[in-house]
Design a protein around this ligand. Sequence first.
Ligand SMILES: NC(=O)c1ccc[n+]([C@@H]2O[C@H](COP(=O)([O-])OP(=O)(O)OC[C@H]3O[C@@H](n4cnc5c(N)ncnc54)[C@H](O)[C@@H]3O)[C@@H](O)[C@H]2O)c1
Length: 396
Amino acid sequence: MDETRWNVRQVALGSAEYPYYYGHDCADRIAHVLGSYDADRFLVVTDDTVLRLHGEGFLAELSRWAPVEVLSRPAGEEMKSLVTLEAHLEQATRAGATRRSVVIAFGGGVPGNLAGLMAALLFRGVRLVHVPTTTVAAMDSTLSLKQAVNSRQGKNHFGTYHRPEAILTDVKFLQTLPPRELRSGLSEATKNCLAIRPLSIPELRDRLTHGQLQSTGTLQWLLEESLTAKAFAMSEDTKEQGPGLVLEYGHTVGHAVELCDQRLRGPQGISHGEAVAFGMIAAARISARLGGLDADGVALHEELVGALGAPLQVPHGLHLADIMAVVRADNKRGYLALQESEAAMVLLSAPGSPMGEPRNPLVAVDLAVVEDVLADLLGPSLLPAPARTTNGVLQQ
Ligand SMILES: NC(=O)c1ccc[n+]([C@@H]2O[C@H](COP(=O)([O-])OP(=O)(O)OC[C@H]3O[C@@H](n4cnc5c(N)ncnc54)[C@H](O)[C@@H]3O)[C@@H](O)[C@H]2O)c1
């Protein structure tokens, strides 16, 4: 792989297509592409951390092409609110935004989602471009049309779908991420290999255990893997309600553990990526109980999740009954006819082979089996004492 190359891949989510440009040390090339949009103004939605770390060079490049209005707040999930959205929209219109303006999401998934909804609402829809700076945004959230902010009750309650014009990433941006943030997006990439791209597992294993995770080569490889996996899962399912549900692998239990841990430890708790990684351990064991994965498949999950530095057991202090209550209310229930005593989950019969139907990879699982497997996974937490910069409000 030539790490100095400027690459472009086409993302196709059903009828929505957009280019994904990526390279290393390429802020000038990103600005050059943005310059070609003939915008009368760039509305840059970001957070104060990203602005401090990467704003100077990037904004200087951008301002050679059009006036730049910066819309920034302290980093964190609190930014994903209607209050900030309204303030940004008002600031944009005061600054003279028009239908020719382009909203640039510059940062992680939080400014990305906020910018996406802002672009959808401003004058009933203006152009949106993502410049992701986290692994979650570069490898996951921008490869989706979903844009949303949080309500006071929960995550992503107010939103819509809005297609970006393009995604443009400088892998150099990702190299300033703290290790936990870096790994958060990598567990989604690991999930993609386990659930969708088993042929990539040997290389993934090698890179996770021997490679430097933040090396340009590894980040570009993981980015390309994520693009391929998403393209496969979502080419005919832009709303992630059919075959794209395979992307939910690890999310049923992961989501429940994330919510319970967040209630217990607040923003210091388990990250979304760590929770999904643990959720894959649980899913692998449930698959094995139901005659799916063999012992090698379960061991493979444990090896990869361990290499990610994510917990292999239920985090200390969480109660089984609380986790099961969230599993019972999981939002995938509507996609499958279920008994009260069942949950809808993605399970594997082997790496890359979901147990469900291709058109709907979910299967009904008896909640007693989930509970039994989680009881086996109770134990001292392997979580390090975290110093998280973001609020870890649960993700959907
Ligand atoms: N389909 C979707 O729309 C989808 C999918 C996955 C996640 N999400 C959303 O994404 C959000 C999580 O995204 P995230 O993890 O990127 O969170 P984030 O945007 O809060 O970024 C995490 C932290 O990293 C910091 N940061 C960003 N870039 C940095 C860099 N290059 N160097 C150092 N620090 C940097 C940020 O300031 C922040 O403190 C959630 O709100 C979730 O709901 C959406």
